[in-house]
Design a protein around this ligand. Structure first.
Ligand SMILES: Cc1ncc(COP(=O)(O)O)c(C=O)c1O
Length: 389
């Protein structure tokens, strides 16, 4: 590998680099602590347990959860979404979701539909990936058990009007599951204020933790309706053969990913120190710069809303004469600009925004360590490719 600077613009997949403190926390766990949480009475085990609790509290504070015990650790966003969807649904249920969802929502739901026992309605989005909250309200029926909505699309970056959607769901008997994979760490979400029942997110994207971390918020009272998909040792009520009903133990069987969660704690502290709003502003500025730069290149088609204020730091595009995969490979090979190309594990949205026939999109996504120089490098590299067509 040459030593050209790596320009990492794939933060929507997983954030990189991480804050220095994240590396240190993982390293310290591996070298010095090396104990399971909640299972031993020696100093290291106690410290790990305390750090896990601290991380839980940091997540709770970030999302306005009040009680940290409502936060369940998962191995990624997909795991958290599966825990929510499979734990909640039962034969005869109706689910409302949208065309913008990731496969980590679409595929568990498809499994229920194939089983013939659950009906799913897919509310479409408009050409920029926005879902009309009233269309969701109009699709909810008396048998609707669950409404699943991603807060922001990982393809278009378009932010949904979560407040309006949550308001409509609260007026019904349905529960609301929010996929906050692209928003936690990038945009404020307050589960208590919005009355969100379940919220799933990875810990390794905007929250800056290592891969192998994720979380599920379960509102008070919802755990009584949410079956645990897995059973096993929790370090609590060990004399009983039954799974504890305590939160969060009900959904946390087996050893936790302690190094990952301690790293996640360090990521959350970094977010706190730098301030979520500061990061949000920086990413929004980079997004606006990218949109403006790309708009000047002949043959570029941009997806999503034109205004960076209504999106997260995800920019999808197509360039005439290029397949997105070919573009991504060329950008990396020629100038180490690292992006993601294709359908981005979101099977439905491309049919609506017009990227289905062209092999999906080329996606740039920003994190707190990107700079305007990264944007300039990416735009300049694309200009050269466009000129070469
Ligand atoms: C919108 C959305 N939901 C869910 C996920 C799944 O997250 P994870 O990769 O942590 O399983 C992703 C990941 O890209 C995503 O973008």
């Amino acid at each position: 590998m040459d030593h050209q600077r790596r320009i990492y613009l794939d933060n929507a997949a997983t954030s990189w680099p991480k804050p220095e403190a994240v590396y240190q926390a993982v390293d310290r766990y591996q070298r010095e602590l090396g104990a399971a949480a909640g299972r031993g009475a020696y100093a290291e085990a106690i410290e790990v347990g305390r750090e896990i609790d601290n991380t839980r509290s940091l997540v709770a504070r970030l999302i306005g959860a009040g009680d940290p015990r409502r936060v369940v650790f998962a191995t990624n966003g997909t795991d958290a979404l599966n825990t929510a969807i499979h734990g909640l649904l039962a034969p005869g249920d109706h689910v409302v979701t949208t065309a913008t969802e990731h496969n980590s929502v679409l595929r568990p739901l498809t499994q229920w539909v194939r089983g013939g026992s659950v009906e799913v309605s897919y509310v479409t989005c408009d050409a920029v990936g926005w879902v009309d909250p009233e269309a969701i309200a109009a699709t909810i029926r008396s048998s609707t058990r669950l409404v699943v909505i991603s807060h922001a699309s990982n393809v278009t970056g378009t932010l949904q009007d979560l407040e309006a959607i949550a308001g409509y769901v609260r007026e019904s008997d349905a529960l609301l599951l929010v996929d906050a994979a692209q928003t936690l760490g990038h945009a404020a979400v307050d589960v208590s204020e919005l009355g969100i029942d379940l919220l799933a997110a990875p810990g390794h994207k905007g929250l800056l933790g290592p891969l192998g971390t994720g979380l599920l918020y379960v509102a008070e009272g919802i755990d009584a309706k949410l079956d645990a998909r897995r059973q096993g040792g929790t370090g609590s009520q060990s004399e009983s053969a039954d799974q504890p009903m305590l939160m969060p133990d009900k959904y946390e069987s087996g050893n936790l990913n302690c190094p990952g969660i301690l790293g996640l704690g360090a990521g959350l502290r970094y977010l706190q120190q730098r301030g979520l709003e500061t990061i949000e502003e920086q990413v929004r500025r980079l997004t606006a710069e990218m949109l403006a730069g790309l708009a000047e290149i002949p043959g570029v088609k941009l997806f999503g809303r034109a205004d960076a204020r209504h999106r997260v730091g995800v920019v999808s595009m197509a360039l005439d004469g290029y397949d997105p995969q070919e573009l991504a490979a060329t950008l990396d090979a020629s100038c180490r600009v690292q992006t993601r190309a294709g359908y981005h594990c979101a099977a439905r949205i491309h049919r609506v925004i017009g990227s289905d026939a062209t092999g999906g999109t080329l996606r740039f996504s920003f994190g707190p360590f990107n700079t305007s120089a990264d944007v300039t490098a990416a735009v300049d590299a694309l200009k050269q490719l466009a000129d070469a067509v």
